[in-house]
Design a protein around this ligand. Structure first.
Ligand code: NDP
Length: 338
């Protein structure tokens, strides 16, 4: 059973060498008579920025964490091999919390959803039909309260969450601009995801000036994925009663000393609603979300770009790559193709 083990707690930028890929000889068996454990064959694992937060020694209270010497734990798509739980049977496809290894014994409660629709790629349940998809949906529609015709700005705009927020905003009749970290990503934003405008934030010496160029009348909704300097510049460009759904702040996760944000007073001047949210508080909307998302995928009205790393041994590099923007689209690790 090949596994990706966290060697030690991480501080600063994560490195491939913070993880070890090992072959465990322990044979996993369902404990006799247990009715709440499931043996899974893992197929696709999701590389998510929050895993870096969980790798720290002092992780945020109530948000869980990873344990040095144990496999990484994260979201994935798996096939049930054996089940002691009445809700799951052999060959069921599921997505939920599993371990970074070929086979996992997990409490059935860690399974979030059974996969019923298999006419779409199964890997989509790590992204557009999984946690990042729900994040974009809840963050944009529930927290952002968008109205037709509003001006929307998205950072990390080509990523797992960002590419969907941009497309949702267009479907909703908004004007949408995205920022990303390379020319390739900027091209994707404009030519594939339908953003009205896009720019490479690494090539903008003055983010405030760049935002003024794209939003002469200001921003109604800023979908926050990165924090730091981008947030500071956005605050200067928000419209009255603008909204900032705070999804993530990836630019801050690896800093031992977080950057200061100097323009917070604009929250008062512009009466901005800035609201942090966590996707797991919105999973009750999952059925509604699927009803919204599946037809859009089937009719080609929403597209999805994935960055696929083949093999568990390439998992550490794929995960670490999120923090230098190596991934183009949703970063997935393939453990097995069914
Ligand atoms: P992405 O697929 O967008 O991958 C991460 C991207 O972040 C990279 O490709 C890179 O893109 C960008 N990035 C990395 N470092 C920096 C930096 N220093 N400054 C600016 N951009 C940077 O990831 P996700 O879509 O999965 O996640 C996006 C955000 O959403 C993250 O902040 C994540 O923590 C958050 N999130 C929050 C959830 C919630 O429940 N609140 C749930 C899921 C995600 P580029 O090349 O453009 O720089």
């Amino acid at each position: 059973n090949k596994q990706v083990i966290l060697r030690d707690y991480v501080s600063g930028f994560p490195k491939e060498s913070d993880m070890n890929v090992v072959d465990s000889t322990i044979i996993l068996n369902l404990p006799q008579g247990s009715n709440d454990v499931v043996l899974l064959k893992n197929l696709y694992l999701s590389c998510d920025p929050y895993l870096r937060i969980f790798m720290a020694k002092d992780t945020i209270a109530g948000l869980g964490g990873l344990t040095p010497g144990s496999p990484l734990t994260g979201l994935g798509v798996s096939k049930v091999v054996e089940s002691g739980h009445p809700d799951y049977k052999k060959d069921d496809l599921v997505w939920g919390i599993t371990n970074w290894e070929e086979y996992s014994l997990v409490p059935a409660a860690q399974i979030l959803f059974k996969i019923e629709h298999t006419d779409v790629p199964l890997s989509y349940y790590t992204g557009i039909l999984g946690m990042p998809g729900m994040t974009a949906y809840a963050g944009f529609f529930e927290v952002g309260s968008p109205k037709k015709g509003e001006n929307v700005f998205v950072s990390a705009a080509s990523g797992a969450v960002g590419q969907l927020v941009g497309q949702f905003a267009k479907l909703h009749g908004c004007y949408v601009v995205g920022s990303a970290g390379s020319k390739e990503k900027v091209d994707l934003l404009k030519n594939k995801f339908g953003y009205d405008e896009a720019f490479n934030y690494k090539e903008e010496p003055d983010l405030n000036a760049a935002l003024k160029r794209y939003f002469p009348e200001g921003i109604d909704i800023y979908f926050e994925n990165v924090g730091g300097k981008t947030l500071d510049a956005v605050l200067l460009n928000m419209k009255l009663h603008g909204r900032i759904p705070v999804c993530g702040m990836i630019s801050q996760y690896n800093l031992t000393q977080p950057e200061g944000v100097t323009n917070l007073a604009h929250i008062i001047y512009k009466r901005i609603r800035m609201e942090g949210f966590a996707v797991f508080e919105y999973y009750h909307l999952y059925t509604k979300f699927l009803e919204f998302m599946l037809p859009l995928i089937r009719e080609g009205k929403v597209v999805y770009v994935e960055d696929i790393a083949e093999g568990l041994e390439n998992g550490p590099a794929a995960l670490v790559g999120l923090f230098s923007g190596q991934n183009v689209g949703k970063q997935v690790v393939v453990v097995a193709h069914e």
